[in-house]
Write a protein that binds this ligand. Structure first.
Ligand SMILES: C[S@@+](CC[C@H](N)C(=O)[O-])C[C@H]1O[C@@H](n2cnc3c(N)ncnc32)[C@H](O)[C@@H]1O
Length: 338
């Protein structure tokens, strides 16, 4: 099913306060699932059934209030409560854990989004209006949140890997750089699918310090180099540059700086693969259109049409190559030196 393509008008047409139900359910569901994940309750229950009083004591919450949260989650199929009050897992408890980082970041985005108007009026991103600094400065200053964000990026990457490997096989390459590669979810998957290649995880020093133990624990550790740096200034030499969910964080002039730094380092015959949403013309409801506003809330960035990408490439010494559109998520837009 195409993602996020239901129109709000169709909800109004559905009557019965469908718009209110749609808007009101998500914050409550997110609050309860976040509480279960953050407190460790999800893990505890996945480890085995436990009496509610026991769980309340372990997470430091009043049993009567925890019972109401547990009842909510059980009514939604995410936990099960026995007649004697024992709480146990259902087949969906692990899904709640899988979404943990995405749900937490959604709360941050909701808070930042509540500053959409004053951010626009003040000429800063709504994120800055809410948190007092840019998103990457905030993540660097709050390493715990930084790790949650990186896990969220890993979650977003997992959603596109099947499409990427099935629909957009890369032409042979020797070394791939994952530009702003976070904890390396994309890079590790690419190395798995392209035996004999090498990878460079390129990101800010604070991000790589957190990524390193995971990379070193992976079976591809000996094929990965970690390079810390500023992608506005430099890029490691390679013949394939993976640029996933990077350009959408930045305005055009900054994207040109990132691409121009790569243009200086790219090997002869090399190419870049931008992995981002492709905005449709005219705009249609869907994930791309909603993340376009998500990026406005989060950063100076935006989602782009294919024409927008072509203009960025032209301004940074590249020309458009193979494009594989993905109506349900991130598309792949290749370019090579012009
Ligand atoms: C939206 S995340 C994308 C992560 C990853 N490419 C993915 O799709 O899962 C943006 C990444 O860019 C990195 N980044 C931000 N500013 C950077 C800079 N100036 N130089 C290098 N990396 C940077 C961040 O640390 C973060 O990992």
């Amino acid at each position: 099913m195409a993602r996020q393509n239901q129109t709000i008008a169709s909800l109004f047409d559905a009557g019965d306060d469908a718009v209110f139900d749609w808007a009101a359910a998500a914050p409550i569901a997110m609050a309860c699932m976040n509480m279960a994940n953050d407190s460790g309750l999800t893990e505890m229950v996945l480890a085995g059934p436990a009496p509610l009083e026991d769980l309340a004591r372990r997470i430091g919450a009043p049993p009567d209030k925890l019972r109401r949260v547990v009842n909510y989650l059980a009514a939604h199929g995410l936990l099960a409560v026995g007649a004697d009050g024992t709480v146990s897992a259902t087949p969906h408890t692990a899904s709640m854990r899988r979404y943990a980082a995405a749900l937490k970041i959604n709360i941050v985005r909701t808070i930042a989004g509540s500053h959409l108007l004053d951010g626009l009026q003040q000429g800063v991103t709504p994120f800055e209006a809410a948190y007092g600094r840019s998103v990457f400065a905030h993540l660097a200053a709050e390493p715990e949140l930084g790790a949650v964000f990186a896990d969220y990026m890993g979650f977003m990457t997992d959603r596109v890997l099947a499409f990427l490997h099935a629909d957009h096989p890369f032409a042979p390459f020797e070394t791939a750089v994952d530009v702003g590669g976070s904890f390396g979810a994309l890079l590790l998957s690419v190395l798995e699918h392209y035996p004999g290649t090498r990878g460079i995880l390129f990101d800010l020093p604070n991000v790589l310090a957190q990524a390193e133990p995971r990379i070193r624990a992976s079976q591809f550790s000996d094929r990965v180099a970690l390079v810390a740096g500023d992608f506005f200034e430099t890029a490691p030499p390679a013949d394939l540059y993976l640029i996933k969910q990077i350009l959408h964080d930045w305005e055009d002039a900054d994207c040109v700086r990132i691409l121009a730094a790569i243009r200086k380092s790219i090997a002869p015959g090399g190419r870049i693969a931008v992995i981002d949403h492709l905005l449709e013309e005219p705009p249609t409801p869907g994930e791309a259109l909603s993340t376009d506003i998500g990026m406005m809330i989060w950063s100076p960035g935006r989602e782009r049409t294919q024409k927008d990408f072509e203009a960025l490439f032209a301004d940074s010494g590249f020309r458009l190559g193979r494009v594989t559109p993905n109506p349900n998520g991130h598309s792949v837009i290749e370019a090579a030196p012009a």
